[in-house]
Write a protein that binds this ligand. Structure first.
Ligand code: CAA
Length: 255
């Protein structure tokens, strides 16, 4: 994966994905997204927390601009090539790209984006695809796609709307403006902002706190919380009963 600019490290129950092309501000290509999907498919069973971070001054400058060039970058898709696939083919290809992002929401793990500097376009969407975001005080979120004639299509629009609401999401995306650390926390885009040199420790502390909870209870609770907005109160109450029944029976069966 080193040639793609990704590193994957596992330390006990914590896995870390490192975007590792700092010289290109961790710009992402189709190969990045395939590699992310493979990491998700092969995630070791003991992993409970997945940290996504970027090497160097920026989390990620988004789509590698060489993908706009007719030939793309060696061995990887160019937008021009993907555009020739036709509607069905294009959508199938983007569905493959999206697989690299979607698994980060799995209920049996908690994903944390550690974000410093620029998180632009695909970089912002990768941060949004994580459950939680801890940011450095120099963070600069920017959804640049509409300014480039594109839409955000790497699974970022739903979490953005859920976090900030439709009006604010429209304003952020259609102006392609930068959102800094204080505003990100105020809008709920980030759980916490810390000085840059404290980012790694803040993420480690959060991971440690998350790991203190029983795994089965954490998984069931995350499943409940994720489903809440799509259910009525009655349906959510029923879902709570069902999850609790499984929990209580498991606890008493094992004691
Ligand atoms: N693709 C490829 N290379 C990039 C890049 C990108 N997105 N962003 C930065 N780089 C490269 C630069 O070309 C430069 O390379 P060289 O040293 O070889 O010239 C190197 O990274 C450092 O860049 P800067 O000198 O510009 O660094 P900076 O810290 O001053 O600025 C930046 C950082 C603000 C991120 C700026 O580089 C920038 O604006 N980059 C482009 C961002 C962009 O438009 N991304 C596309 C988002 S849209 C998207 O992501 C679409 C989608 O998913 C569908």
């Amino acid at each position: 994966m080193a040639e793609i600019g990704l590193r994957f490290e596992v330390d006990g129950e914590i896995a870390t994905i490192v975007l590792d092309r700092p010289g290109k501000r961790n710009a992402q290509t189709s190969a990045t997204w395939s590699a992310l999907a493979r990491i998700g498919e092969n995630l070791p069973g003991q992993v409970r927390v997945v940290v996504v971070r970027g090497e160097g001054p920026s989390f990620s400058a988004g789509l590698d601009l060489s993908m706009f060039a007719p030939g793309g970058t060696s061995g990887q898709d160019s937008l021009a090539t993907v555009a020739t696939l036709g509607d069905d083919g294009f959508q199938r290809r983007v569905a493959e790209y999206q697989r690299g992002f979607l698994w980060l929401r799995r209920p049996d793990i908690v994903s944390i984006a550690a974000v410093q500097g620029h998180a632009i376009g695909a970089g912002f969407q990768l941060a949004l695809s994580c459950d939680l975001r801890i940011v450095a005080d120099d963070v600069k979120f920017c959804m640049k796609e509409p300014a480039l004639g594109l839409v955000p299509d790497l699974t970022g629009t739903k979490p953005l709307v859920e976090l900030v609401g439709v009006p604010r999401a429209i304003e952020i995306c259609l102006t392609a403006r930068t959102v800094g650390a204080a505003e990100a926390v105020q809008l709920g885009l980030a759980e916490m902002a810390v000085p840059g040199d404290e980012l790694a420790q803040a993420v480690q502390d959060l991971a440690t706190a998350l790991l203190a909870t029983d795994r089965a209870a954490a998984t069931a609770t995350k499943r409940l919380l994720q489903g809440a907005s799509g259910r009525t109160l009655e349906e959510q109450s029923a879902a709570e009963r069902a999850e609790q029944s499984a929990r209580v029976r498991a606890l008493f069966a094992s004691s």
